[in-house]
Design a protein around this ligand. Structure first.
Ligand code: URA
Length: 317
């Protein structure tokens, strides 16, 4: 049946319906409006407004000394010299060691605002980005900054083209990733590969990383103190790769990139920004495996990314 709305109005109305559906209201558009329903809607609206409140800002980070990075290995030194990257923007990581010790989690977890970078950074030119990423990896080292290190086998740093125009951000490694040390290599990864192929790209042409780099036990959602400890490394990866478009896969990635927690339905379907990159929020592939009906909506989100990148889906055949 043809819609009586123009596509934009229709999409806006559908987004609204999805939003209310996420709040547990699934039948309001089928029934005549009555007072009880209006009350329910008002309650949902104020609940949504409460959720959307700006989250408290994390305490200021300590001042950062000179932005001089000391590569540890000879290989990294040689690569930096070779790529002649001017003024590599790496200061020693401004993380307080006591973040996790001090942080007692309130009932509604505080999502810290992404830490501010100490200074305006020079962009790393494309030829130096792989080396720059290796420097971040070296700095992570054999990390013991949060409790996740106790159960991990491998740190999952990231994978793909260091100068990619498109970057995906997931939540954290699962069992397969923990074994192989690479992001998105399990079942969810296969679906992500298909999504990337549907966009007309190869996996090697994008960059993929996670909010936390060690597997949370039982694949649970990372705790805020774990994400807070690890995400500055992700932010640095993004600063280096400088993707035109970032895709946040699922609520955890969206929360820590946007610095606020909101229902996914309210974030999907439109452009946000993160430090100079356009940001799209969509469903996590693991969620799409559980509820494949949502793939259509995820595809609509990816099409926004494609539009921004000037990509057309490959011809079928
Ligand atoms: N899920 C994620 O969020 N990241 C991975 O790397 C794999 C599964």
């Amino acid at each position: 049946m043809a819609s009586r709305f123009d596509p934009e109005t229709r999409e806006a109305l559908l987004a609204r319906v999805r939003f209310y559906r996420d709040l547990g209201l699934t039948d309001f558009y089928r029934r005549p409006v009555d007072a009880a329903l209006l009350e329910k809607l008002a309650a949902a609206q104020s609940a949504a407004a409460a959720i959307a409140e700006p989250v408290p800002v994390a305490p200021a980070l300590p001042p950062v000394p000179e932005p001089i990075f000391q590569p540890k290995s000879e290989v990294a030194k040689a690569e930096i010299a070779e790529s002649a990257v001017p003024n590599l923007p790496f200061a020693p990581l401004a993380l307080t060691e006591d973040v996790s010790a001090e942080e007692t989690l309130p009932a509604r977890a505080v999502i810290p605002a992404p830490p501010a970078f100490p200074q305006a950074l020079d962009a790393v030119p494309p030829a130096g980005r792989a080396a720059a990423l290796r420097i971040i990896q070296e700095e992570i080292g054999d990390c013991t900054r949060c409790a996740l290190h106790t159960g991990r086998h491998k740190i999952v740093f990231g994978d793909g083209d260091a100068a990619a125009r498109l970057m995906f951000v997931g939540e954290g490694p699962g069992a397969d990733e923990d074994k192989q040390g690479l992001p998105f290599v399990g079942r969810a990864g296969q679906l992500l590969n298909n999504m990337i192929a549907a966009m007309g790209l190869k996996r090697e042409e994008v960059y993929i990383a996670n909010v936390v780099k060690c597997r949370p036990p039982g694949n649970r959602t990372p705790e805020p103190n774990e994400a807070h400890t690890c995400s500055p490394f992700l932010f640095r990866q993004i600063e280096v790769v400088q993707p035109d478009v970032l895709v946040a896969l699922g609520a955890t990635a969206a929360t820590y990139l946007l610095g606020q927690r909101q229902p996914l339905a309210g974030l999907r379907g439109r452009l946000h920004s993160f430090r100079g990159s356009k940001l799209i929020v969509t469903y996590h592939p693991a969620y799409l495996l559980r509820d494949p009906r949502q793939k259509k909506e995820a595809w609509a989100d990816l099409q926004i990314a494609m539009r921004e990148l000037g990509l057309k889906p490959p011809a079928r055949g």
